[in-house]
Design a protein around this ligand. Sequence first.
Ligand code: PLP
Length: 415
Amino acid sequence: MRERYCKPARGMVLTPALEGTLPMSKFKSGRHFLQTPGPTNVPERVLRAMNRNPVNHRGPDFGALGIDVIAKLRGVFQTQTATIGIFPASGTGAWEAALVNTLAPGDRILISRTGQFSHLWEQMAVRLGLDVVSLETDWRRGADPAAIGQVLRDDREHKIKAVCAVHSETSTSCMTDIAAVRQAIDDAGHPALLMVDAISSLGCADYRHDTWQVDVTIAGSQKGLMVPPGLSFTAIGDKALAASRSGGSRRGYWDWEPLVASNKTGFFPYTPAVNLLFALNEALDMLTEETLPAVFARHERYAGATRLAAAAWGLDLQCQDPRAYAPGVTAIRTPDGHSADALRAIILDKFDMSLGNGLGRLDDRVFRIGHMGDLGVLSFTGTLTGVEMGLRAAGIPHKPGGVQAAMDYLAAPGD
Ligand code: PLP
């Protein structure tokens, strides 16, 4: 644990040995504010649900739990029929599973490089021997469906086997319009699979696997789903399943086929992360009780309030397209010459709050406020208060009043 020091309180009588700085208690009073865009805060109910002995994952009762969570996950993915894969893995594992099940080395894919996560997915594809066509953006907006459509129309021989898109680019806080990407693929009359990373949008934004005819949707436990890190989820449509049955790459652990049986029995072909499944079951119940429309509206409200705060502070948002603002995270740029990492370090040290850092080319240029998952209005305004105090403590040029702007918005009559 970090060694921490504090100044003696005013009026405190010090013995000569205590002159100067005092070692500070390693215990910090109050709750740490975990406001990263994943992992997110885990609700008490979920913590209690997982705080028990594991059970025999091949015992008579386990299948019911498996079937239950798979059915509830279908609800969050908004799919009736997709096969649901749950791997004990982070989201990156599900990325790999999607690629190796549907594509073979040499197959071509199209990906829009909208930020660090699409860039990493692309790099993984290259390492797996895929032929990647990437559409570069300035990392300040979502993918351009028209550009995707053009590449697909130019691909007369249908060499492109899959279009990959990141719904919510957590590194930039920009969304890609997946319905528009679907439309672009259909308008081009192209048979490519549509594979979507919904890792930081599932449970935060209205995500429609069936309506948008997505072939593969990938998600993780540690964001909108309010569960600790360690589980990845994949919704697999019939077309993607057929592609995996007729081809793909060599694979073992990541093979989707056993998932089909698993969806029927609720048992897994390996030792599942039993306690994380207890947690997931509880978290999915909480989302159902709040109702998905209310969950999405809550995320939109916090995102809107965060943007009002940023505007009042006079700071730029990383996302420049108002149609693409993400509901679960907001990346804010520090003025030129001012380190976003130093700001985050001061906020952590003085106010005990963790914020997301700038990733890849945004390293030290942005700080990211996570407002996804389990977050009440007072914890949320507390988060903005920590940021405003941090801006002042770090000497970052800004105007006061961001928290006030957010409070005015959140307390407005009728809301
Ligand atoms: N994709 C997105 C959009 C993400 O936000 C993340 C992680 O934050 C990942 C992929 C990688 O997921 P994981 O870190 O769970 O492997």
